[in-house]
Design a protein around this ligand. Structure first.
Ligand code: AMP
Ligand code: P6P
Length: 337
């Protein structure tokens, strides 16, 4: 191929749709939109780019490893946990659209000072942080609500306790072999892949749908003897059908793989954690919103996650069974026996 042809081919290949252009296009579909949600989405993407940089150089900058502190969950805080928490809170504060943030890393809601911001954001800044030191993929999970408290006044807990169906948007950022941002605003699920050399997220998966069936089940079988009987029965049927066991131990990584291959992720109740380990407001609800938009299902066992009414505990836990609709329904059928 001549140089001229190579150049022509390169010019002919579109660079793709940036996240910015996609957000603007979607905003244009809402004649009444003021651009506030668009800006909020940009602010989250910006923080994700910064955290991506920190995650990728964590080993060099010696910010891996525990800080010696414990977060509200009683879990050892990793330095990168705190770095991510600071980055997202700062981006949301400076962006001006979020009046408050609920973070896994902080017991109480964080007022940003943007009293005229009409949105609040619940976030797990860096889920799976125990995997940081062993270079396993980790992720950020976020959930956006329109506030119910008076605009101009302080945010209130109730802004975060509206229930999963009230979410305006939700998504995650996966810091993996490539970094991806996947989100929904209630009209399908779109995936964007980060191009480091350009510092941009590009639309790579315009309309993600999870297969109704799937070859994978994901759970920590080390808890087998602490699982409820229906979970053991369901997992046994998975093994009898020779499904594949895949469990990274990093929720966003396991969830993301299953979203594309089909499968089911399980974090059941255990003896030690009767409500499971995962947090409803910034893990269960956003991942449930996404999976339903992608054609899948998310339940706590008997109940659909998005229909669970939150208690007053901002960090309440809930069991999570999420993934391909047929597999989740099979689990529910076993639970109902
Ligand atoms: P806004 O006035 O920017 O807060 O937007 C009002 C509503 O319009 C939002 O709560 C969404 O339901 C919708 N909307 C606005 N911008 C976007 C966007 N970029 N993508 C998807 N939905 C949007
Ligand atoms: P276990 C990480 O701490 C996390 O919150 C999820 O990312 C992950 O799926 C789960 O906990 C792993 O928990 O009990 O299997 O180690």
């Amino acid at each position: 191929m001549s140089q001229a042809q190579a150049t022509e081919n390169t010019l002919a290949t579109p660079v793709g749709t940036t996240l910015e252009r996609y957000i603007k296009r979607k905003e244009a579909e809402f004649a009444y939109a003021t651009g506030e949600l668009s800006q909020l989405l940009r602010d989250i993407a910006l923080a994700g780019k910064i955290v991506n940089r920190e995650v990728n150089r964590a080993g060099l900058s010696r910010i891996t490893g525990a800080m010696g502190e414990k977060n509200v969950q009683g879990e050892h805080q990793q330095k990168l946990d705190m770095e991510a928490n600071i980055r997202f809170i700062r981006a949301l504060t400076n962006g001006g659209e979020a009046c408050a943030v609920l973070s896994e890393e902080d017991e109480h809601i964080i007022e940003t000072g943007n009293t005229h911001g009409k949105y609040v954001v619940a976030i797990d800044p860096l889920d799976g942080s125990s995997n940081i030191d062993v270079n396993v993929s980790i992720g950020t999970i976020f959930s956006i609500y329109r506030r119910v408290s008076r605009i101009g006044g302080p945010a209130r807990k109730e802004d975060f306790l509206q229930g999963g169906r009230a979410q305006v948007a939700a998504g995650y950022i996966l810091y993996g072999s490539s970094t991806m941002l996947v989100y929904t605003t209630g009209h399908g699920v779109a995936g964007f892949t980060y191009e480091n050399s350009l510092g941009e997220f590009f639309l790579s998966h315009p309309d993600i749908k999870i297969p109704r069936q799937g070859p994978v089940f994901s759970c920590n079988e080390g808890n087998w003897f602490d699982y409820p009987e229906f979970v053991r029965t369901f997992l046994t049927t998975c093994k009898e059908r020779r499904l594949t066991a895949r469990y990274v131990g990093s929720l966003v990584a396991d969830y993301h793989r299953n979203l594309f291959t089909g499968g089911i992720y399980l974090y059941p109740p255990t003896v030690a954690k009767p409500e499971g380990k995962l947090r409803l407001l910034y893990e269960g609800y956003p991942l449930a919103f996404l999976i339903e938009q992608a054609g899948g299902m998310a339940v706590t066992g008997a109940d659909v996650v998005l229909d669970v009414h939150p208690t007053s505990d901002l960090h309440q836990r809930a069991p999570l069974f999420v993934g391909s609709a047929d597999l989740v329904q099979e689990l529910q059928a076993v639970a109902a026996q």
